[in-house]
Write a protein that binds this ligand. Structure first.
Ligand SMILES: [Zn+2]
Length: 220
């Protein structure tokens, strides 16, 4: 299990404390200092470590797209792991290293949704390992007839149920990032593409799914 590396974050915090001390010292510059301080303290995406598997032009392009999105949106809440690999031949996956393929080069909202989806897996892996059996039981009890075979599910019974939680987290993240209309469009589009019954279930039983997630404290 990978342990989250917070070193950079703490270095960052030290920088901010230094800024704070300096700005306090220069009280004559108070208005400027306050606005600088405010922007320094604003939440922003932590620095991502994005590598390409082969380094070709399209992988580079996907990497640049991801770097641009990380600047454009505040992904702090939705970044559990900062290590990302772009691999043209991979199926998107979260572990051991979050890996994204070349799909959605031409669609930022879908690219963003792939990112938060894989980070959603890290929410369950990093924060809820002990809760996962009970979470599975509750989801299975609530929705006993979920079809797990592809493309309805992900091909495996247990992980299809966990994908109900992941796809819900994905939708919640997208709503915060791009607003409810664009977020719904993304989820509806994915519902026609893969994990079709899982996305359909999330769309039609949102309240029930959210209440199960809440009962296990599963959130961003
Ligand atoms: Zn997934």
């Amino acid at each position: 299990m990978r342990v989250r590396d917070d070193r950079e974050k703490s270095v960052d915090m030290e920088c901010r404390e230094t800024i704070l001390k300096r700005t306090q010292a220069k009280s004559l510059m108070a208005p400027v200092a306050i606005s600088l301080l405010a922007s320094a303290l604003l939440a922003e995406t932590p620095k991502l470590s994005i590598k390409t598997a082969h380094g070709d032009a399209q992988e580079q392009q996907r990497m640049q797209q991801m770097e641009r999105l990380a600047k454009q949106y505040d992904l702090k809440t939705y970044t559990i792991t900062r290590e990302i690999v772009i691999d043209r031949g991979a199926i998107n996956h979260s572990s051991p290293v979050l890996t994204l393929n070349l799909r959605f080069l031409d669609n930022d909202d879908l690219a963003l949704s792939a990112y938060v989806h894989e980070q959603g897996h890290w929410v369950l892996m990093e924060r809820h390992r002990a809760d996962n059996p009970a979470l599975f039981d509750d989801l299975h009890r609530a929705f006993p007839t979920l079809e797990y075979r592809r493309p309805s599910g992900d091909g495996e019974l247990r992980s299809s149920y966990f994908h109900i939680a992941i796809c819900m987290l994905e939708w919640q993240a997208m709503e915060e990032l791009v607003g409810p209309d664009r977020a719904r469009k993304v989820i509806e589009l994915k519902q026609r593409d893969h994990y079709t019954d899982i996305y359909a279930l999330v769309l039609s039983h949102r309240e029930r799914v959210e209440s199960i997630l809440n009962s296990h404290g599963v959130k961003w």
